[in-house]
Design a protein around this ligand. Structure first.
Ligand SMILES: NC(=O)c1ccc[n+]([C@@H]2O[C@H](COP(=O)([O-])OP(=O)(O)OC[C@H]3O[C@@H](n4cnc5c(N)ncnc54)[C@H](OP(=O)(O)O)[C@@H]3O)[C@@H](O)[C@H]2O)c1
Length: 335
């Protein structure tokens, strides 16, 4: 390193012999300092007292999903990653990549407690970054949704995240600079039709993020809420169908094509999105809300600057509700 510094500095920064010798002198000092610092860090890390690699726990890391990409992206940044999902077999690629994987169902308190004990045991009781990524979708209108399914979805998307924060807070408090990353959705701020349970669970998650950001600031725990547009993952599978008694049967073809089968058209690739989220999470001062994924820029603009009903108009036209109004008004006239 010293030799490299001796060769590099004069060729790239110095124009005269006098400057060369002065910068070379300074450079030698900084190089010595760097060697001393690296040696100190190495020895300290060996002694288990100081670690530069943040410890990260991620929920919902099954193959093909955003969680898997987040785990790989944190791992690539040198973090120590604990990747979790409901089944070990769904994280085989992560295990092969050298990432610690174990089962965690965020709707089961005993599973969360077991996960905390495992992380505590492996890290001496510390966690730097908790990523609440586990989530499900359920694309049905308010009139068609089964209440059992709505509650089950809230158990994953909202209560699961809240319970994870409660359970892992003692470990995050041990970190000198902890973060909670919440994977929210554009649907948390926009009235995407046929998604009442998903939209409202993500809106609740967003409110949780905002509340945590304020409540946990005194403890230097930073909270980043990810306002995410569509990213290519299996979240919309298996494909759903309108129930036979749905109010929306007259536009069932539009529902099936735009809301279900083509909903993910042009969705962003998950790996680059995950890398951007990881970059944000690792920043010294991450943003409160980070926007990304398909349509995030345009929705950010509409949400920030245009009247609320602007999104109603766009979504109603796209998902066939304007057409349904027209059909109904035509029906009334012909009766
Ligand atoms: N993809 C998008 O376009 C998009 C857009 C906005 C926000 N998001 C959000 O991004 C996050 C990741 O979703 P994704 O798109 O990557 O979908 P995904 O591939 O279906 O991943 C969802 C993950 O959550 C897990 N999960 C479901 N229920 C769970 C539970 N009870 N306990 C623990 N884990 C559970 C799933 O595990 P199993 O494999 O066991 O089901 C899976 O690993 C979700 O929060 C989603 O709402 C996605």
């Amino acid at each position: 390193m010293l030799l490299l510094g001796w060769w590099w500095i004069p060729r790239n920064h110095c124009t005269s012999a006098a400057t060369t010798s002065s910068v070379f002198g300074e450079n030698l000092f900084y190089q010595l300092l760097a060697v001393f610092w690296s040696t100190f860090k190495f020895l300290a890390a060996m002694a288990g007292e100081l670690s530069d690699a943040p410890i990260v726990l991620i929920t919902g890391c099954s193959a093909g999903g955003l969680g898997e990409s987040l785990a790989l992206a944190f791992h690539a940044k040198g973090c120590r990653v604990f990747a979790t999902s409901r089944t070990l077999s769904s994280m085989e690629q992560l295990r092969v990549a050298g990432i610690d994987t174990f089962e965690l169902d965020v709707t089961k308190t005993e599973s969360i407690v077991a996960a905390r004990e495992r992380v505590e045991g492996a890290t001496g009781g510390k966690l730097d970054i908790l990523v609440n990524n586990a989530g499900q979708s359920y694309p049905y209108a308010t009139s068609d949704a089964s209440m059992d399914k709505v509650r089950a979805l809230f158990d994953v998307n909202f209560f699961g995240a809240l319970e994870m924060v409660q359970a892992f807070l003692p470990l995050l408090l041990v970190s000198s600079d902890a973060r909670i990353v919440q994977i929210g959705s554009l649907s948390g701020i926009m009235p995407t039709p046929f998604g009442v349970s998903y939209n409202t669970s993500k809106a609740a998650l967003q409110s949780l993020s905002d509340t945590l950001r304020v409540e946990l600031a005194p403890f230097n725990i930073k909270v980043v809420h990810i306002v995410l547009g569509n990213v290519q993952t299996p979240i919309t599978k298996p494909w759903h169908r309108l129930p036979q008694d749905s109010l929306y049967l007259p536009i069932k073809d539009i529902y099936q094509s735009r809301r279900i089968e083509n909903f993910m058209d042009n969705a962003h690739q998950r790996a680059p999105v995950a890398r951007d989220i990881v970059d944000e999470a690792l920043k010294r001062e991450p943003r409160a809300w980070w926007w990304g994924g398909k349509n995030s820029l345009i929705i950010w603009f509409i949400y920030s600057f245009l009247p609320r009903r602007c999104l109603d108009w766009v979504l109603s036209r796209h998902f066939g509700l304007t057409k349904l109004s027209e059909l109904r008004s035509h029906q009334r006239k012909t009766l």
